[in-house]
Design a binder for this molecule. Structure first.
Ligand code: ZN
Length: 489
C-alpha cells in the first residue's frame, strides 16, 4: 500500500500525511444534495471531487466506506433556522407529497451521477430515515448541558460550548464577529444568541413535515442529520468528512460542535472542502439564479451555453482544476476540455498500434511515478492530467518513429493510461457504442450495394467496393448466404 498520500486538512490548514485510523478501512462522509431541485454544475463538483478521492483511495488498496447523504428534511430556506423547509415549499407549490419531491429529484440526481460516471456511495442515507438517531443525539447534547429548550424548540448553546471548546476552529470565524455579522431575523428571539442554531424545531400548524419527539411534534435542525448519520455508520471518530466550501460554516462547524457536545470527542480526522465554481467570478450557486442544471449542459438548452457539453466533458473540465481552486465557467474552457478529452481517447487507439523496440529512448517508469506523485500531493488532478498529455506526446513520437520503447515499457504505458484515465479520473469514451453501431450499419449498407452490383454483373463496382473496404482493414468473405465481413486486425 502506498503510504505517501498527503491531504490538505481544512482543520489544521496544512497538508498532512494520510494515516487512516483503522487501516485498511477508511470512513468517508460527504454532504450530499438537498433533494428539492435539479443538480447543477455546483453539485457536480463535490460529487466528482469525492469520486476521484474514493477511486484513488480504493486504488491504493483501502477499503472505503463512503457515505453520501440525501437531505430530505430540515434544510430551511434561510440558513438561520427560519423560513420554510426547502422540500415542503416545493411540495406545496407543486401539490405533491414532500417525499414525492424527494424521490423525483433523487432519481434525477442519480441519473446525472451515472452520466458523469460518479460511483455510487457505499451507503446513501436520508435524514428522514434517521429521526430517532437524531433525537437520541440531541438528548445527549442536552444531558451534557449544551442545549436549551424554548417553546418546544431546542437550540445549541454556542456561547457555553465555546467556553469549554472552540466554536469556529474549522471555519476560522470568531464568536465575537458572529454577533455583529448576523442579521436580525424574525423569530430569532427564541434563541439566547443569534449564533445559536436549531437542534430541533417545533413545527408550526401549517408545517407538513413533522415527527413526534419528547419536546414537540417537529423536525430536526439541518446540521443534526450529518452528525447523527456520520456517527451511526462511521463511528464517533472517523477519517474523512468532505463537502463544498459553502458548507464549512455554519454546517460543518456546527457538526463538530454537536459531536463534541454529545460524544465528547472530535468527530473527524481530515476535513476536506472543494472550492466553488464561478461564473464571471461569482459563485455559481442555487441562490444566485445563474445556476444552470446539468441536464441543460448536456442538451445545450440555455442562453449561457454556445453548445451542448457531454457529461464526460463536464467531468474532465472539473478535473482539470485542483479541487481546492475556484473553477471559472466559460464556453471556451469547456470547449478546450472537449478537445483535450478527444485527444486523450484518440491516443488510446495510437497506443494499441505501437510496436515495441529493443530499447527505450524515454523514461516511462519516471513518468508513471510522476503521475502517482501528483495524486499523492492532495489529489492534484491538473498536474496528473499534464503528465498524461506528456505521455500523449511521447506516444505520438513513438508512433512517428522519433522515440522508441521496449515491450515492458509499452505495457507500462498502456497500464498507465488505463489506470489513471479510466479507473482513477473515471473518464470513459462517449458515444463509442453509437459509433460502432453506425459503422456496422454503414458497412452492411455498402455490402448490400455490392451484392446488387454483382447481381447486375457490374463486377467493376463490386471489385472496387471490396478493394476500398480492404484498405479500411475490412475483410469480405463471399458465402452462399451472402457476403460476411470482419475487421482484419
Ligand atoms: Zn452535511
Amino acid at each position: 500500500m502506498n503510504t505517501e498520500l498527503h491531504i490538505y486538512n481544512t482543520l489544521s490548514r496544512k497538508k498532512e500525511l494520510f494515516e487512516p485510523l483503522n487501516p485498511p478501512f477508511v470512513g468517508m462522509y460527504v454532504c450530499g444534495p438537498t433533494a428539492y431541485g435539479d443538480a447543477h454544475l455546483g453539485h457536480a463538483r463535490p460529487a466528482i471531487t469525492f469520486d476521484l478521492i474514493f477511486r484513488y483511495l480504493q486504488h491504493l488498496g483501502y477499503k472505503v466506506r463512503y457515505i453520501r447523504n440525501i437531505t430530505d428534511v430540515g434544510h430551511l430556506v434561510n440558513d438561520a433556522d427560519e423560513g420554510e423547509d426547502k422540500i415542503a415549499k416545493k411540495a406545496k407549490s407543486e401539490q405533491l407529497e414532500p417525499m414525492e419531491v424527494v424521490q423525483y429529484y433523487s432519481d434525477r440526481y442519480h441519473k446525472n451521477m451515472e452520466q458523469l460516471n460518479v460511483k455510487k456511495p457505499s451507503i446513501e442515507p436520508r435524514a428522514s430515515g434517521h429521526i430517532i438517531e437524531q433525537i437520541e443525539m440531541i438528548k445527549k447534547i442536552l444531558d451534557n448541558g449544551f442545549g436549551y429548550e424554548v417553546n418546544g424548540s431546542l437550540y445549541f448553546d454556542v456561547e457555553k460550548y465555546n467556553k469549554k471548546h472552540h466554536y469556529g476552529k474549522l471555519s476560522g470565524r470568531k464568536i465575537e464577529d458572529l454577533v455583529t455579522n448576523t442579521r436580525e431575523l424574525e423569530g430569532q428571539d427564541e434563541k439566547r444568541n443569534s449564533y445559536d442554531f436549531a437542534l430541533w424545531k417545533k413545527a408550526q400548524p401549517e408545517h407538513i413535515m413533522r415527527w413526534p419527539s419528547p419536546w414537540s411534534d417537529g423536525f430536526p435542525g439541518w446540521h443534526m442529520e450529518c452528525s447523527a448519520m456520520g456517527t451511526k455508520y462511521l463511528g464517533e471518530h472517523f477519517d474523512i468528512h468532505g463537502g463544498g466550501m459553502d458548507l464549512l460554516f455554519p454546517h460543518h462547524e456546527s457538526e463538530i460542535a454537536q459531536s463534541v457536545a454529545a460524544n465528547g470527542i472530535e468527530p473527524v480526522k481530515y476535513w476536506l472542502h472543494n472550492n466553488m465554481i464561478t461564473l464571471n467570478g461569482q459563485k455559481m450557486g442555487k441562490s444566485l439564479g445563474n445556476a444552470v442544471s446539468l441536464e441543460k449542459f448536456f442538451t445545450g438548452e440555455n442562453d449561457l451555453l454556445e453548445q451542448a457539453y457531454s457529461p464526460m466533458t463536464i467531468r474532465f473540465f472539473i478535473l482539470q482544476a485542483h479541487y481546492r481552486s475556484t473553477l471559472d465557467f466559460s464556453n471556451e474552457a469547456l470547449q478546450s476540455a472537449e478537445k483535450g478529452l478527444k485527444k486523450l481517447f484518440k491516443t488510446f487507439e495510437t497506443l494499441n498500434k505501437l510496436i515495441p523496440s529493443d530499447h527505450s529512448t524515454v523514461n516511462i517508469k519516471k513518468l508513471n511515478e510522476k503521475c502517482y506523485k501528483a495524486l499523492n500531493d492532495d489529489f492534484n488532478s491538473p498536474v496528473l492530467i499534464a503528465h498524461l498529455f506528456d505521455a500523449v506526446r511521447i506516444i505520438n513520437s513513438i508512433n512517428d518513429k522519433k522515440e522508441s520503447v521496449t515491450a515492458e515499457d509499452l505495457e507500462l504505458l498502456k497500464n498507465m493510461f488505463k489506470i489513471f484515465i479510466l479507473d482513477i479520473l473515471g473518464l470513459e469514451e462517449e458515444s463509442s457504442k453509437d459509433q460502432n453501431d453506425l459503422s456496422e450499419s454503414l458497412i452492411n449498407t455498402i455490402l448490400r450495394i455490392r451484392q446488387n452490383a454483382k447481381e447486375n454483373k457490374d463486377y467493376a463496382t463490386s471489385d472496387k467496393i471490396r478493394e476500398e473496404l480492404t484498405k479500411l482493414n475490412i475483410q469480405i468473405k463471399d458465402t452462399k448466404e451472402g457476403a460476411i465481413w470482419s475487421y482484419d486486425n
